[in-house]
Design a binder for this molecule. Sequence first.
Ligand code: PAF
Length: 282
Amino acid sequence: MKIFEKQIDLNAHLKSISNPNSTIGFVPTMGALHSGHLSLLQESIQNNAFTVISIFVNPTQFNNQEDLEKYPRTLNHDVEKIKTVSDEIIVYAPTVEDIYEGHTVSQHFNFDGLENQMEGQFRPGHYDGVGTVVKRLFEIVKPTHAYFGEKDFQQLQVVKKLVQKLKMPIVIVCCPIHRESNGLAMSSRNERLSDSEKKQAAVIYKILKTAKTKFKTKSASTVSDLVSKTFEAIPTITLEYFQIADEVTLLPCLRKNKNKKYRAFIAVFINNIRLIDTISLN
Ligand code: PAF
């Protein structure tokens, strides 16, 4: 398996193995890989001549220093997991210097308002950081296809907007959420949860499924109130937000429109560990 720390070496390798017609699938990650990431790799391998994965904990997308410091960094384990999918996958695990070249700041983006909802509201500057690193990674890897998980649905919409605005010839592919057997959405942050916290966290998906059922007959605000009340009765979990929003604009659903697709979004804290999840509602 080829592992590169420097973009110059990655580029030389890609140039030596590919031709202008080769498809390159790209899976950008921050490491601490789980089976959700491995499914993105599988999807890429099945559909492209080459697959590149990046493993880079991007400092500019963290608005909370503690979250950045505690973010799991498990490169050796990650490489072992990637090998279980294929030895042919190319790993790009750069340093901060290789990505930011001495200037570790975000570019400012206008994603037509997508960046201001939910995660953008609670994590100021987050999508400038995501946009900056994803743009940089796309420029370095030059993929034809890039794979993102549906769990970060807002990120997925932001990345689609980024390639559209920058006219980058990259197909953005959305892959389904992978869940633990108890329904907890797989996330690198789950590594920080104790076994008992993982059990408690199963309630997040249960509540999302209940919200989906209720939304068939009730308004978005009624469903949101029900969800808030449910979390008030769970002292170990703090609800940061629950939002029912239009899938395309990500604007809150004020009145249901049968021609629109809606989705529920949630962020909670369990013992200072922040977890997000989402479910399609109609
Ligand atoms: O989803 C993630 O892991 C990150 O936000 C990404 C897309 C790799 C950018 O750092």
